[in-house]
Design a binder for this molecule. Structure first.
Ligand code: NDP
Length: 602
């Protein structure tokens, strides 16, 4: 469904983008969302396990890893590989897996290719079943990592942290939990993840709804029937179901709801951009031909191409690399045609490629959705990377099902909710069940998202130190917080298209630092203020930000349309050379063995 640039009225498009953005801009930005409370306070509970009583633990531990998602698991595995065996995972969930533990909605899967998304495939001897794999397979892989590297040993699951405080006298973090444990951790790795605390839409009357309601991250199969593998939700056959939100989660569960519900009402504020997915099985025989080290090669190849670098071959070949390859090839064309290789050429290539791509995505809607009014409503009018791009081969088709209704709120969102249903544009939609697909907190304070703070040297709180934005070396080390390691992407590679690769790479360096401290018998490792400041200066010189843009529709990729100040810049910066430059830098830094910028107390 190729669309040529010459077929697009680009000025008209620009005006439309701005008009659509303006409809959605609101002064409360991130503040519009509500924390789980009232009838939704159980949203923070774990419905998947019966928590068994156990004795409180009072122990020393060499490394305590907070969070048993891929960040914690990969770091745990690297520590074991580096010869550090006294490692404990702690998580409030009843099992490992992080978001893949909590999110069990029907249709859940990852649309980053499994070959690069699932970490440690080689180390665990795993063959993914398909190019894109479903959530239960991803969760099973998380458990496999834990088993392979003995990370269940000593793991404290169904355990929430209540406080963390550095004790300078013994050079350890004192960690209290809601199970009465007191752990004295020499090193503390924080793998708490960016998108785990559910948020509720700021809609008047939300709490008053008397029918059944739940958030997608706590899917209630007891009510709906069906299961996480996608079995038909037979209990919905006589139900009028509403879903609020049309982000990546909703796009995946709507085809299942559409099949099962008597009537489905999709309340949309902004449509997602839905590109094709083209999933296919992985042939184990072909997989067997891949040589040692293939996974890092694939990850690096994807990231190189996805960030507009050069490689002989596109190994992953998907929607993510397609966006970047289009831009890259245009830049080459322009330079060959005599344009200067500066930022203006890059920006022009980006805008032209994006106009083409988004026109194709809108044309795809017309080619699939038969009802012209629904098709019009499902067309996204913004740049592809203003919001999380989605890839799906059944979502748009759902609107051809006569019992599935798109209720487009023209960018305004749901008007209000009452005891029996949802109001939009003065029309009441009576519902038996309301599903909230409004996503997760992004950009709120660390303490709010996790429920506790970290007190470092001299009682300094991490939330105070970061009140005006993150401050780290490599996104990992924080001055004033010895022996603490942040497991994330910001201020590092900042690679959002394949989050686990950030962990796979960073964890090698973290394990090396901890192993060095242990070898030296050093009780405390800390980044100097100078090294941290120099790093901040480097990453804030980042000019690679093509994600946001003035004409972007609001969302969590762009601070909900609010101006991006220094704080937001700090929280979402990466190496100015891009992810590959960061990974190379970190590898060289580690391999040098001096760990420049860190001091190891003797
Ligand atoms: P999102 O934050 O992406 O989406 C929330 C949705 O709720 C948006 O459509 C938003 O509209 C809508 N909304 C919020 N308030 C209102 C309101 N008052 N009235 C109507 N609609 C409202 O959350 P998701 O759970 O969908 O996804 C979160 C992230 O998790 C993704 O961005 C992605 O990173 C990850 N993910 C990845 C998946 C994958 O690999 N395929 C699958 C699922 C999730 P608006 O857009 O206007 O703000």
């Amino acid at each position: 469904m190729a669309v040529q640039l010459t077929e697009i009225d680009r000025e008209e498009l620009r005006q439309r983008y701005i008009a659509e953005r303006d409809k959605r801009l609101r002064s409360d930005g991130n503040e519009q969302y509500q924390e789980p409370s009232g009838r939704f306070s159980n949203l923070l509970d774990d419905p998947y396990v019966q928590t068994a009583d156990r004795d409180a633990i009072h122990e020393d531990v060499t490394v305590l890893i907070v969070g048993a998602g891929f960040a914690g698991l990969v770091t745990g595995a690297r520590l074991k590989q580096a010869g550090i065996h006294d490692v404990r995972l702690i998580d409030k969930a009843g099992d490992v897996g992080g978001v893949w533990y909590w999110n069990r909605y029907p249709g859940a899967m990852c649309d980053t290719a499994a070959m690069i998304y699932l970490p440690l495939l080689e180390e665990t001897g795993t063959v993914p079943s398909a190019k894109y794999v479903p959530a239960p397979e991803i969760h099973a892989h998380a458990k496999r990592i834990a088993t392979t590297f003995n990370l269940y040993d000593g793991a404290l699951l169904s355990t929430g942290i209540t406080s963390i405080e550095w004790d300078a006298a013994i050079s350890r973090y004192i960690v209290h939990t809601d199970r009465g444990d007191v752990l004295r951790a020499r090193h503390l790795a924080m793998g708490t993840g960016p998108l785990h605390r559910a948020k509720l839409p700021g809609i008047r009357g939300l709490q008053s709804f008397k029918g059944h309601a739940f958030h997608t991250s706590r899917w209630d199969y007891d009510f709906t029937g069906g299961d996480p593998t996608g079995a038909l939700m037979e209990n919905l056959s006589d139900k009028r179901v509403g879903i609020i939100g049309t982000g990546a989660t909703s796009v995946q569960c709507i085809p299942h709801l559409s099949r099962a519900a008597k009537e489905l009402f999709v309340f949309q504020r902004t449509p997602s951009a839905i590109d094709e997915r083209n999933n296919h099985a992985i042939d184990p025989e072909w997989f067997g031909t891949l040589g040692t080290g293939w996974q890092r090669e694939w990850m690096m190849n994807f990231t190189t191409l996805q960030t507009m670098g050069f490689a002989d071959e596109d190994l992953v070949k998907d929607g993510w690399t397609d966006i970047s390859l289009r831009i890259r090839d245009r830049v080459i064309e322009k330079i060959q045609a005599g344009e200067s290789p500066g930022p203006e050429t890059l920006l022009a290539a980006y805008e032209e490629s994006d106009d083409e791509k988004m026109s194709e995505i809108r044309a795809r809607v017309d080619s699939i959705v038969r009802n012209p009014q629904a098709a019009e409503g499902l067309k996204p009018w913004y740049r592809q990377l203003c919001k999380r791009p989605c890839f799906h081969d059944e979502y748009l088709q759902s609107y051809n099902n006569p019992s599935t209704h798109l209720i487009d709120t023209a960018g305004k969102g749901v008007e209000r909710i009452d005891e029996t249903g949802v109001w939009v544009n003065g029309v009441h939609y009576e519902l038996d069940c309301l599903i909230i697909a409004s996503g997760f907190e992004v950009g709120t304070s660390y303490t709010r998202r996790n429920g506790y703070d970290v007190a470092g040297r001299e009682g300094q709180l991490l939330s105070d130190y970061w009140a005006e934005g993150m401050h780290t070396l490599h996104g990992i080390h924080v001055h004033g917080f010895p022996n603490m390691y942040i497991l994330g992407a910001a201020q590092a590679a900042n690679l959002i298209s394949n989050i686990p690769q950030n962990y796979v790479e960073n964890s090698v360096a973290i394990a090396a630092v901890i192993a060095e401290a242990e070898r030296m018998g050093s009780p405390a490792v800390e980044v100097t203020k100078e090294a941290e400041d120099a790093w901040i200066e480097l990453i804030t010189s980042n000019t690679r930000g093509l994600r946001g843009g003035e004409d972007c529709t609001p969302g969590y990729y762009n601070n909900e349309g609010k101006p991006v100040g220094r704080k937001e810049q700090l929280n979402s910066s990466g190496h100015p050379g891009g992810p590959i430059a960061f990974f190379n830098h970190l590898e060289e830094w580690r391999a040098a063995g001096t760990f420049a910028g860190l001091t190891f107390t003797k």
